[in-house]
Design a protein around this ligand. Structure first.
Ligand SMILES: [Zn+2]
Ligand SMILES: [Zn+2]
Length: 174
């Protein structure tokens, strides 16, 4: 993975903008996830005294295949990232992990840089649908002749098993 480093020494009080571009291989994301180009990351690190937080966006394109009809789907994703930087590992980490939609980034007292690439990668991966659909109402492919039922109607429908006949068949074989 490429680093997405924040140089702690160069941070100024207030807002610090960072931008990165990363391809699927930079992020060690599998080819099959369908990332169609580099992901663009824009992160604003907010330094308030000792406290460090960051918010921003990860934008990327996806080229997927509908899980019902196999038609290609192009999707633009824009997802929000919220990070909370935590120096050292306090005993009460559990409480911190319950923060909604905020990822924790740990760093040590003498660290000069913090790498956020794994947090960015996690945010991105969560947005990739497991079962992509071209539309909620996609009719899919006919399991018998294979036509795309969104565009064509076939006659196979009638030959599909009627649950009532299925029950009768079972009764006969018993
Ligand atoms: Zn579909
Ligand atoms: Zn058919």
């Amino acid at each position: 993975m490429i680093p997405m480093e924040i140089d702690l020494r160069s941070l100024t009080e207030g807002l610090n903008l960072f931008t990165w571009e990363a391809t699927a291989s930079d992020l060690e994301v599998e080819e099959e996830t369908g990332l169609s180009g580099p992901a663009r990351v824009a992160l604003t690190v907010v330094k308030t005294g000792e406290a460090l937080t960051a918010h921003g966006e990860v934008a990327f394109g996806l080229k997927l295949a509908c899980c019902r009809c196999l038609e290609p789907i192009h999707q633009a994703v824009d997802v929000t990232v919220n990070l909370l930087f935590q120096k050292g590992r306090p005993a009460a980490v559990k409480d911190l992990q319950d923060l909604d939609d905020t990822d924790l980034v740990f760093y040590e007292e003498d660290d000069t840089t913090v790498d956020v690439v794994s947090q960015i990668r996690d945010v991105l991966i969560l947005e990739i649908p497991m079962k992509p659909l071209c539309s909620e109402s996609c009719a899919g492919l006919c399991p018998i002749c294979g036509v795309n039922r969104n565009h064509e109607t076939c006659l196979c429908r009638r030959e599909e098993t009627d649950p009532r006949w299925e029950a009768l068949k079972q009764f006969k074989t018993q």
